[in-house]
Design a protein around this ligand. Sequence first.
Ligand SMILES: Cc1cc2ncn([C@H]3O[C@H](COP(=O)(O)O)[C@@H](O)[C@H]3O)c2cc1C
Ligand SMILES: O=C(O)c1cccnc1
Length: 352
Amino acid sequence: MTLEQTISVIRPLDEKSMTAARNRFANIAMPLGGLGLLQDAIVQLAGILGQPVPDISRRAAVVFCADNGVVAEGVTQCGQEVTATVAENMGRGESTVCLMAKQLGMDVFPVDIGVAQPIKSEKVLQFSVRRGTANLAHEPAMTRKEALEAVEIGIKMAEMCAEKGYSVLIGGEMGIGNTTTSAAVTAALTGAETAAVTGRGAGLSTAGLERKIAVIEAALALHKPDPNDSIDVLHKVGGLDIAGLCGLYLGAAAQRIPVVLDGVISCAAALLAVRLCPQSVHFMVAAHRSDEPASVLLLDALGKRPFLTAGMHLGEGTGAAAGVALLDLALASYREMVSFADIGIEAYQPQK
Ligand SMILES: Cc1cc2ncn([C@H]3O[C@H](COP(=O)(O)O)[C@@H](O)[C@H]3O)c2cc1C
Ligand SMILES: O=C(O)c1cccnc1
């Protein structure tokens, strides 16, 4: 489906299944609301999947790999050739998220949506829009048409996952320089000060961080992205990986598949998606709060409270994978716990 068609088919969550899930929680033998935010997430999953006891056993990670021309400005600790190396590593199932996914019985689909170098791995899906973006310090990162194309590749990935029968998705990314593009997107969408949303990414020096902030500030002043137009923001100061994630989230909402959010790159993409289609926010489960400074602001803008704050700042979908592991634990108890009636106790009411 096109972006427009995708947005037009996104519907609200199933209230009946959510009410059934809340009632079930009220009757199982545990302290009221004892599973906290995990309990809220289970109710949300019930509403998305239309199942009072949601089944998220069929899971996949879609990891968008792309390069960013802005790396030429010295805003990263390592060179852009690392993107291709890690993407190929992902094809072999050996990157961090792949190893976590193995534990979770989760399939991983790495996607080349715009890596600068040709990828030497048949396991990496080939959907390259262009071989890396332009340097946003001097010109728009990509054309509006390319941004739209990348969003629609993300939508296509969600459709592919729906056809394969997955019941939960995580989005991930690999792209040196993408904490720069994410910070730029965050500042553009929220109006926040650049310095407040820019961090060290994969390990930038203090001098490098100052340079990164200056580069983003100058790019925002040069391009003046329109905060009310996600595609304008994406093509001027975003990246192909962010565009793919944005499409994946919208596509998943259209297919009624829950998506578990990852760190700042993922959350920036999620905010772009929500600005395009406010209903899509209900299909997003916030898993963790990344240590990158933009994280708090993005989660607030999404109206989400993540259930995991572990100081992670890795990307690839790793925070989301950790979130799925916690959801598995919570779901195991929700599914199998005895009720108050089973053990002869009256269900209690909240204390006034
Ligand atoms: C070996 C390696 C593996 C990674 N896996 C994820 N990232 C993470 O770090 C990058 C973002 O940080 P920055 O904006 O500073 O480049 C992204 O590729 C992200 O996925 C990695 C980074 C490196 C170096
Ligand atoms: O928050 C993230 O996803 C993140 C942070 C640092 C580096 N890569 C990713």
